[in-house]
Design a protein around this ligand. Structure first.
Ligand code: BES
Ligand code: ZN
Ligand code: ZN
Length: 502
């Protein structure tokens, strides 16, 4: 979708459809909506009086202009109550509007900016919200159809603003929104691409292209180097596949590492999770192509951080492996010693995410970071606990927790704190190693014990773990999240990083 900002009068705008808006409780609209109302002989006011157009958040009403305006269609989107209006509601309204516009078959859509008028929103933030939500809502997963697909698509979105003084601010906001949305889309594309294409090597090639485009520093660790580092827990997973593992290291502001705060982001990159010898059941296994959502998010976040040029030293670490079965594959009962020198016993080869993260988190220790945050589609148990309402947040650092929760609140990418009681350590005690990777057959506290396992490998830094298994793949569409790969976590972490020094 092309996005352009234009100074002009909405009444003179030529497009297949024009979007205006309405707050709840308004009986005679002002501003652009008021101008359109007048041009349509009070149609909007009449609909409001009839109760057919209430301004309820995200509700849309379609009108035909019958030659009274250059555009054949006007779509009114509700902004909800003025008091509750914020960036989240602006995004919901924009997403609902573009989705309704698309259904009409309109190719060229023009819109006013939601909320910069009586909504009182800063024009930069308002434009960011509009562009971000429109792009995310219009996302289509990559598909390989011989007929190219037949969905209607909005090709151009023109943002029309009357006040010439605001244009530069809107351009700035639109640019930020575009960077963040396109980064999330980069993550969605990686997670949705089938694993016969999206192997560790393929993802690495995409990361290298992206680094080239954005100026990020990139280094790839191959098997040999991981072996030298003693990453035998990670390699235990990798050795079951014919696809070589890759460990991607991306860095923004590497040359200023000493003067800037350092944040390390770690992402689980299992390009496909069969479960290994602890084989998964058939139904739903296809979806395990998104078991690299954590890694995809980290690559995408680094992309955004570079393009926004945030004044931070940010490192992205993504161990990429495929969890398969061959003659070398790990087996239940195996014991491995990782990079920290600590040992673990394999109870389930399907608890592979925590294994690759154990060595990646050990490696993260090298950066002496102000914070290390990992994202992983780690457990089915987190969806049992939270459904598709929030990702699980595990941390014992109150300051980091506050930062993450603030970003979650601002972006609507909700997190919910989960416990890491000391007693859970007993659950993962092993008779043959320091810890075991699963409590099976006992299924109690499956989420907390996974976090406790990770914590065992953390050495002396501030750390948070996000379990995004429930949120990584949208089942029931929500505004900005069409069904499928969600990139849940990208907007969240970018927001946290933007606010880091505030
Ligand atoms: N990738 C899965 C977790 C998962 C499940 C992600 C469903 C998305 C949707 C992970 O590797 C896994 O299999 N975890 C096991 C852990 C168990 C063996 C301790 C699980 O959740 O069952
Ligand atoms: Zn698994
Ligand atoms: Zn997995």
């Amino acid at each position: 979708m092309q996005i352009e900002i234009k100074q002009g009068n909405i009444l003179e705008t030529e497009a297949d459809l024009v979007i205006v808006n309405l707050f709840e409780g308004v009986t005679s609209p002002a501003g652009a909506t008021g101008a359109v109302d007048k041009a349509l002989d009070g149609q909007i006011s009449q609909l409001i009086a009839l109760g057919d157009c209430s301004g309820e958040l995200g509700k849309t009403t379609l009108l035909y202009t019958l030659g009274k305006l250059p555009t054949p269609r006007v779509l009114i989107v509700g902004l909800g109550s003025v008091d509750a209006f914020d960036g989240k509601n602006a995004r919901i309204a924009a997403a609902k509007a573009i989705s309704a516009a698309k259904k009409t078959g309109a190719k060229h859509v023009a819109t006013i900016v939601h909320g910069a008028g009586i909504g009182g929103m800063d024009p930069i933030e308002a434009a960011q919200a509009l562009v971000e939500a429109s792009l995310l809502e219009s996302y289509e997963m990559p598909a390989q159809r011989s007929n190219g697909g037949d969905q209607p698509r909005v090709e151009t979105l023109t943002v029309v603003e009357f006040n010439a003084d605001n244009i530069a601010l809107l351009e700035t906001g639109a640019q930020i929104g575009r960077i963040i949305a396109e980064s999330a889309i980069f993550s969605r594309d990686l997670a949705a691409t089938p694993s016969n294409i999206a192997t560790p090597s393929w993802v690495t090639a995409r990361a290298m292209e992206m680094a080239e485009e954005t100026g990020l520093d990139i280094r790839i660790m191959e098997w040999g180097e991981m072996e030298e580092l003693g990453m035998n827990i990670l390699l235990a997973v990798a050795k079951g596949s014919d696809e070589p593992p890759k460990f991607i290291i991306l860095e923004h502001n590497k040359d200023r590492a000493d003067e800037l705060p350092t944040i390390v982001l770690v992402g689980k990159g299992v390009t496909f999770d069969t479960g290994g010898y602890s084989l998964k059941r058939t139904d739903g296994m296809w979806k395990m192509k998104y078991d690299m959502s954590g890694a995809a998010n980290v690559l995408a976040t680094l992309r955004a951080v570079a393009l926004l040029n945030l004044p931070l030293h940010v490192v992205g670490l993504t161990p990429m492996v495929e969890n398969m079965i061959n003659g070398h594959a790990q087996k239940p009962g195996d014991v491995y010693k990782g990079m920290t020198g600590k040992t673990m016993e394999v109870i389930s080869t399907d608890a592979e995410g925590r294994m690759i993260l154990a060595d990646a988190l050990a490696y993260a220790g090298r950066y002496h970071a102000d914070a290390v945050i990992d994202q992983a589609t780690l457990t089915g148990a987190i969806s049992v606990a939270l459904g598709q309402q929030a990702a699980g947040l595990f941390t014992e650092d109150e300051a980091l927790k506050a930062r993450l929760l603030a970003a979650a609140e601002a972006t609507g990418e909700r997190l919910w704190p989960m416990p890491m009681f000391d007693e859970y350590k007993d659950y993962i005690k092993s008779d043959f190693a320091d810890v075991k990777n699963s409590t099976a057959p006992d299924r109690g506290a499956g989420v907390s014990t996974s976090a406790k396992f990770l914590q065992h490998f953390i050495e002396d830094y501030s750390w948070a773990h996000l379990d995004i298994a429930g949120m990584g793949w949208t089942k029931k569409p929500r505004p900005m999240y069409p069904a499928g790969a969600a990139a849940f976590g990208v907007r969240l972490i970018v927001q946290m990083l933007q606010d880091w020094e505030k």
